[in-house]
Design a protein around this ligand. Structure first.
Ligand SMILES: Cc1cc2nc3c(=O)[nH]c(=O)nc-3n(C[C@H](O)[C@H](O)[C@H](O)COP(=O)(O)OP(=O)(O)OC[C@H]3O[C@@H](n4cnc5c(N)ncnc54)[C@H](O)[C@@H]3O)c2cc1C
Length: 372
């Protein structure tokens, strides 16, 4: 029998698992993050969603909800994280919206709203070092399954043939959460996203700036996901600085049902992405630019509300996934979830109440239909 891992086991070392682990360390909790090694996660050109994200952080609420108002202040959390842990890729960024802006009378416009971006190439490179420096134990392995143990909480079976035990386990495995625990609410779904990685920021754009569509069609497709009869894909034309170059895209494929399935053929996706860009006036000169395709599986909730909290009927099992704007929501929700996980304290009760008020706390069975 494997020795029990102390504290909390977090499955997934992307944005959600990484920032939750840091927040748990701030609570003094021992944390182990189990993250797939690159040989597994990088196979077939597939990345974590975090590694190819635009990392856009609008400084205003994207919806009339308490969660959206809280998430609009995410840049404060990112600045605090950078003060404590060093560079994570956050910086203020000029925002340029293009297309579909009624009343502006121009193809694109500087948008005078507070806006920032986390350069996900910097975040992905720095996160493992930051976690190690904060005292988070990192276990490079693929979790094949997890089992509830009558006395010991949970046992995780790893691809390297070993297992780990802990009283508390958090599913932060993004689009792979359901493979590990199929009984998660039906509202949790997944898509395949793809972008082109440009070696340099295009000289024909004034910049560096984040160029985004006025509205992402992806959001409407995610809301319709439960009613899809066949796979649907679309292209949102956007571009953000990324490392020394830029990310250009993005292509979204949503399939009917709850299964993630295999990644779509890269050649087909690239053709659709380039054609989709060329079909929009702003994208015409960008569509032929050379650059490899990068794909990732992305978790989302068709309700628009992420899953945060204990999994009903499975004591000690928690979930943290399904974000609609992960770079805004995760940094403000991770400290609250970490506080809730530290059971028994008055502060834990306060954090749980706050998560309930925000509408993200997983309901018990009686209220589960809100999330389906
Ligand atoms: C192209 C694109 C653009 C985006 N733009 C924005 C944006 O502008 N703003 C914004 O807020 N959000 C954006 N997003 C969404 C954002 O990237 C996600 O919400 C966020 O990265 C999700 O983080 P996560 O940690 O939940 O998932 P992931 O980053 O996918 O992390 C999950 C991790 O779990 C690991 N894992 C999975 N299964 C296992 C297993 N069984 N064993 C071990 N490890 C496992 C994976 O290797 C992975 O690293 C974008 C996403 C994409 C793809």
């Amino acid at each position: 029998m494997a020795p029990p891992a102390p504290g909390v086991l977090v499955i997934g070392g992307g944005l959600a698992g990484g920032l939750l682990a840091l927040a748990l360390r701030e609570q003094g909790v021992a944390v182990t993050v189990v993250e797939a090694p690159p040989a597994i996660s990088g196979s077939a050109g597939v990345q974590s969603a975090t590694a190819i994200s635009y990392g856009a952080l609008p400084g205003w609420p994207l919806a009339p909800t308490s969660l959206a108002r809280l998430a609009a202040g995410a840049s404060r959390r990112w600045r605090r994280l950078q003060r404590h842990h060093g560079a994570l890729g956050w910086r203020p960024r000029r925002l340029r919206l293009h297309g579909g802006l009624a009343g502006l009378g121009a193809a694109s416009a500087w948008w005078p709203l507070p806006f920032a971006q986390v350069d996900s190439s910097v975040l992905a490179a720095r996160l493992p070092q930051v976690l190690a420096a904060a005292g988070v134990a990192c276990q490079p392995a693929w979790v094949e399954r997890l089992e509830s143990q009558p006395a010991a909480g949970w046992e995780l079976w790893l691809s390297n043939g070993t297992s780990l035990q802990a009283a508390q386990v958090v599913l932060a495995a993004g689009a792979y959460c359901r493979q590990l625990w199929p009984a998660l609410p039906q509202g949790l779904r997944s898509s395949w996203a793809a972008v082109l990685e440009l070696e340099a920021y295009p000289a024909l754009l004034a910049g560096p700036a984040a160029w985004l569509p006025a509205a992402f069609d992806r959001v409407a497709l995610e809301r319709r996901a439960a009613g899809l009869q066949r796979p649907e894909w679309l292209v949102d034309a956007g571009l953000v600085p990324w490392g020394k170059g830029a990310l250009l895209g993005q292509h979204t494929l949503v399939r009917p049902g709850l299964e993630l399935g295999t990644p779509p053929p890269p050649g087909e996706v690239e053709e659709q992405l380039r054609q989709g860009l060329a079909a929009q006036p702003w994208g015409v000169p960008l569509a032929p630019l050379p650059g490899p395709l990068r794909q990732a599986a992305v978790a989302f909730c068709s309700t628009g509300v992420p899953l945060v909290g204990p999994v009903p009927g499975s004591p000690g099992l928690w979930v943290f996934t399904g974000f609609s704007a992960g770079f805004s929501q995760v940094p403000v929700l991770a400290p609250l979830l970490a506080q809730s996980l530290v059971s028994g304290s008055h502060l834990a009760a306060l954090a749980t109440r706050r998560l309930r008020q925000l509408g993200v706390w997983l309901p018990d069975q009686a209220g589960a239909d809100r999330f389906s």
